[in-house]
Design a binder for this molecule. Structure first.
Ligand code: ISE
Length: 322
């Protein structure tokens, strides 16, 4: 899904880049997308696509379990790579990707944490950085969606959804997390642990409260609110409905991430293209950011299963990420 979104954007909407090749584990899906794009050939495998001399840079949108091999293949060919979140399917894989990048001596990989490019999040960060509400004390990050993807089960609400809240909280507050605890109360439906409330502490003692409610039926409702020393600052709310319910006609909540973050995806990918063309490799969210989000996710899963707070323990950041 996200591969089609990015492919169409790059070929039809954004400037200074084109899609010259696509591939997919389901060849028909690749053919279908290529048919919509003016200059895209279909390649049989990711390896073949990365080795293709007409390919200058690579976008990875496969399931997380396949990110590591393609990210490393792209990095080892010296090709900049945009990799969707989560960076990989485990902390070890994230570290292997970082090691491959560190070996080249420069950044070549950007992770698809698109919220950092969303105008509403940027405005919220500016408000905090301006000191308009004093030092942040609490951050509420609410992640509500119509329906979790049918393929999701178990802990994926943390690994694939809350991972955005972890990243955006670190970016907004400019701090790392020290501990996480997770509460799962009454379960909504499906095989997924949903909803969840995740409570995290940062190094300076800000409390971050993340709610994931992924099967609410009414729309895609992303909220963020910071409580500071003398005020609060919230994300501008793109949905205007007073009642948010699957049973009431919806009055403006976006239907999905495609709509809510359309601008963010445009800005994010254009910034990546511009950086690549300028020979900068990557300037946006890094493999380090992907690694940290993965460590927090894994600590969150341990916390969910144990019911206890779990420490977030990071390695030292390699120099290229400082
Ligand atoms: C999806 O995979 C995303 O990455 C969206 O940004 C997230 O909000 C949604 O919960 C996920 O399904």
């Amino acid at each position: 899904m996200i591969g089609c979104e990015h492919g169409r954007r790059i070929a039809h909407v954004l400037s200074d880049a084109d899609v010259v090749a696509v591939t997919d584990a389901y060849p028909d899906a690749a053919k279908q997308l290529a048919a919509e794009l003016p200059n895209a050939a279909v390649r049989a495998t990711g390896e073949e696509l990365i080795a293709d001399e007409t390919v200058d840079a690579v976008v990875i949108t496969s399931p997380a379990s396949a990110h590591e091999e393609y990210a490393i293949a792209a990095i080892e060919s010296g090709k900049p790579v945009f990799c969707e979140k989560p960076l990989a399917s485990g902390e070890r894989a994230c570290r292997t990707i970082m090691a491959a990048e560190v070996a080249t001596g420069r950044r070549l990989l950007q992770v698809g944490f698109m919220r950092r490019y969303d105008p509403a999040y940027r405005a919220l960060k500016q408000t905090l950085d301006d000191g308009a509400i004093g030092r942040p004390l609490i951050y509420h990050s609410t992640h509500r969606t119509t329906a979790a993807p049918q393929t999701w089960s178990g802990d994926m609400a943390i690994i694939d959804a809350a991972v955005h809240d972890f990243d955006i909280s670190r970016w907004l507050l400019g701090e790392e997390f020290t501990t996480i605890q997770v509460r799962a109360g009454k379960q909504n439906s499906h095989e997924l642990r949903d909803p969840l409330v995740l409570i995290l502490d940062t190094t300076s003692g800000v409390v971050v409260v993340v709610e994931t409610s992924l099967n609410l039926g009414y729309g895609y409702d992303i909220r963020g609110e910071v409580v500071g020393e003398f005020g609060t600052a919230a994300l501008a709310d793109p949905g205007r409905a007073l009642v948010r319910s699957a049973r009431v006609r919806d009055l403006g909540t976006p239907r999905g991430w495609q709509e809510r973050f359309a601008d963010a995806y445009d800005i994010e990918l254009q910034a990546w293209i511009d950086a690549v063309r300028a020979g900068e490799g990557a300037t946006g969210p890094s493999a380090w950011d992907g690694y940290v989000a993965q460590v927090v996710s894994e600590a969150g899963i341990t916390a969910l299963h144990s019911g206890e707070p779990v420490a977030v323990e990071l390695i030292e950041a390699p120099g290229i990420y400082e």
